[in-house]
Ligand binder design. Structure first.
Ligand code: MG
Length: 376
């Protein structure tokens, strides 16, 4: 059973987004669209994520998320969803609005679970505000639900709903179109964090709400590699001229390995050897920048923000001082951080021990991140 997710991000309105369509505007450290994209792509129950963008938004998408699959939407939301449905090959589909960035994996779990017994499922929250009509008459709120996205469907059902819908009419949402065909759509528990971002003020409120859910975590990493003649010396992603290089299965960048382990530690994701086993020939001579970017990607996929990296390189030679700024700039660039959030230090061990004898180098790193508590 294959599950695809469509993220509808085709809006052209720039009012709430500070000059760019709001789905590409920065929110809590990254473009709004990147939040729900990261959650969906990281979810084990989702096999494929396709973004539906507006005409002319190809560059904005590439700038926000790099080269990822997309289709071009239509003039109205219903057409955008239909274009997306036509481009996926799946048994089940989640249809999500980019304007609801803070999607949590448990909402996806509940939706997919409900699809086992229903043709469709949507997240909702009970209405708690007092409601009145335009004439001031109280409206009973019992049984009323605020509907959110993603809306989840068996693919054949939602395709049939779109195919049979009158071309000259828009629809309030996809669930409505499925109900018209006579299917019951399950309502699962939504999330307050999933609120839609519509106005400029919503950005500030979402920013503050998101920050309040994050907790600081720190973790450390440590690595050692042996000096060998005839090897290149790579340190912090920078090639450094020296009589010896470090030997190892990859490029043996001891500094990036320590930082990678520190980052993996913040999310309890094991160590670098588990993700890139030395026994796997594909990592022979690999650039360690890849390992670092992988660890950073895992944190980003959980909505985490890297706040600070502190690195200490331990060796007698070469002198690190002349390369400190270049190493700092390279690590910052790889992690997409300002250089002010990366610290690079170096020390000797007073000619004591293996580093003191020049047999190898060591590196220690501490990573500080903020990430939402999962409650697990
Ligand atoms: Mg290593």
């Amino acid at each position: 059973m294959k599950t695809a997710a469509l993220i509808v991000a085709a809006g052209q309105g720039v009012r709430a987004g500070g000059g760019v369509p709001k789905q590409f505007a920065m929110l809590a450290g990254k473009p709004m669209l990147a939040h729900s994209y990261g959650t969906l792509i990281a979810h084990p129950g989702v096999d494929e994520v396709l973004v539906v963008i507006g005409e002319g938004q190809e560059d904005a998408l590439a700038a926000a998320l790099g080269p990822i699959p997309f289709v071009i939407g239509g003039a109205i939301r219903r057409e955008s969803v239909r274009n997306g449905l036509a481009a996926i090959d799946a048994d089940r589909v989640l249809i999500h609005d980019a304007a609801r960035p803070f999607l949590s994996p448990d909402v996806i779990d509940r939706l997919l679970d409900a699809l086992n017994s229903h043709e469709g499922a949507i997240p909702g929250l009970p209405v708690t505000d007092t409601l009145v009509s335009a004439a001031g008459e109280p409206v009973p709120r019992d049984g009323l639900t605020r509907v959110q996205t993603p809306q989840a469907f068996r693919a054949a059902t939602i395709r049939a709903a779109h195919d049979s819908w009158p071309q000259d009419q828009d629809a309030t949402d996809d669930a409505q179109m499925v109900r018209v065909l006579g299917h019951e759509v399950a309502i699962v528990e939504g999330s307050r964090a999933l609120e839609k971002i519509t106005h400029t003020a919503d950005f500030a409120a979402a920013e503050a709400r998101h920050a309040a859910t994050l907790r600081v975590r720190t973790a450390q990493g440590f690595d050692v590699h042996r000096f060998a003649a005839g090897e290149e010396l790579w340190l912090g992603g920078v090639r450094i001229p020296h009589s010896h290089g470090l030997s190892g299965h990859s490029d043996a960048d001891v500094a990036l390995h320590a930082i990678t382990d520190a980052l993996l530690g913040t999310i309890g994701a094991g160590d670098i050897g588990m993700h890139f086993p030395p026994s796997d020939p594909q990592w022979r001579g690999a650039a360690s920048a890849r390992f670092l970017e992988h660890a950073a990607g895992l944190i980003a996929a959980q909505g985490g923000i890297i706040d600070f990296i502190d690195l200490t390189i331990i060796c007698e030679a070469p002198k690190i001082g002349p390369h400190q700024d270049a190493i700092r700039a390279r690590i910052a660039a790889l992690l997409r951080l300002p250089a002010a959030r990366v610290s690079v230090k170096a020390t000797t061990t007073e000619r004591l021990g293996f580093t003191g004898r020049g047999e190898g180098m060591a590196a220690q790193a501490i990573a500080t991140i903020r990430i939402a508590e999962t409650g697990e």
